[in-house]
Design a protein around this ligand. Structure first.
Ligand code: SF4
Length: 331
């Protein structure tokens, strides 16, 4: 029976890294949720905290220098930040898996792909050699690798980039996780292969009701594949909405800037870029972190950060002084 409790619920997560001088917050008070069988995209430029958020979920942040300053990460109602390392190890791969943007460096060059997928199966299930090989072949079929009987005994260097990413997906889904975190899964691939990989993820989600947390800087990918979207800037969530609502009525100036930088349908209009770049987390400007790049900035924006996750309505949230809802909250 479908449940309304989110599969993953992050509340007020702050993740920092100790440097020689101070603790630098890469993720600052992030709250988000992923529902069962949905694709939630986190978008933003490099350095906005997307990947640190993902690595925090799996507790793959090196501690020290990393530290979880505050927050909770509830997955199936257990707080991952309070689990022992042994229990967390069971969650990784069994319940939550991750695929990274660089399949070339994620696979071990000295083992066959069959060995590497098989290892993921054996780690979490007590299967015999024959059963492991059978399941490995099934997974290769599932991720649409042609001639799996041949490919299973090949080494990573014998596969194309797209095939390597399919192998990474096979490893990630080997134990049927309920949540797959895909961190820029297609960045290193050409456009045609990108679409194939994203279609594959989408159909795996349909088949198995798996949820996907898709991390990307590409709003075009979000429009095609995600159900909901969260926009991050300088370690904070600045806007959250369904994909339809975000594309129809983007509210935050940063989101509007990202959308304006997408190629237009007529392919003739000039692409607009957002001036400047994401500030280093150690040198955040006062007030709204986006104000030095924002053409709508007001004097107030330089002094006071807008509250996070303020509501326009229950499903479309924005944190920006342009909106009456944000102003009302602090009155
Ligand atoms: Fe721009 Fe001010 Fe909104 Fe920040 S709070 S995005 S500076 S208008």
């Amino acid at each position: 029976m479908p449940t309304t409790t989110p599969l993953l619920q992050i509340e007020n997560l702050t993740t920092s890294f100790q440097t020689n001088d101070s603790a630098v917050q890469a993720v600052r008070g992030v709250s988000l949720h992923v529902n069962h069988a949905e694709i939630l995209a986190i978008v933003g430029e490099s350095g906005c905290g997307k990947s640190v958020t993902a690595l925090s979920i799996l507790r793959l942040i090196p501690i020290p220098p990393g530290r979880f300053e505050s927050g909770e990460i509830k997955f199936n109602n257990q707080d991952l930040l309070n689990l022992s390392e042994a229990d967390m190890q069971k969650v990784r791969g069994n319940d939550i898996s991750m695929i990274f943007q660089e399949p070339m460096t994620s696979l071990n060059p000295i083992f066959t792909i069959g060995d590497q997928i098989g290892e993921a199966i054996i780690q979490h299930q007590n299967t015999t050699k024959g059963e492991t090989r059978k399941q490995t072949l099934e997974l290769l079929y599932k991720v649409s690798i042609a001639s799996p009987e041949i490919r299973i005994d090949q080494y990573p260097h014998e596969l194309s980039g797209g095939m390597k990413q399919r192998v990474m997906i096979a490893i990630a889904i080997a134990c049927r996780p309920s949540l797959l975190i895909a961190d820029e899964p297609t960045t290193a691939l050409d456009v045609t292969i990108q679409a194939q990989i994203l279609n594959l993820l989408s159909s795996l989600k349909q088949e198995s009701e798996m949820s996907i947390l898709l991390i990307t800087h590409n709003l075009g990918i979000v429009a095609q594949f995600a159900d909901r979207v969260t926009v991050m800037y300088s370690g904070k969530i600045v806007e959250e909405a369904s994909v339809d609502s975000l594309f129809e009525s983007p509210m935050h100036p940063y989101t509007r800037g990202l959308l304006n930088s997408l190629p237009k349908e007529d392919n003739k209009s000039k692409l607009e870029s957002i001036p400047g770049s994401v500030p280093h987390p150690a040198y955040l400007p006062q007030g709204c972190a986006f104000h030095p790049r924002c053409k709508d900035a007001m004097p107030r924006c330089q002094k006071q950060p807008p509250l996070s996750n303020l509501k326009k309505e229950s499903t479309h949230k924005v944190a920006c002084w342009l909106y009456e809802e944000c102003v009302k909250e602090v009155r």
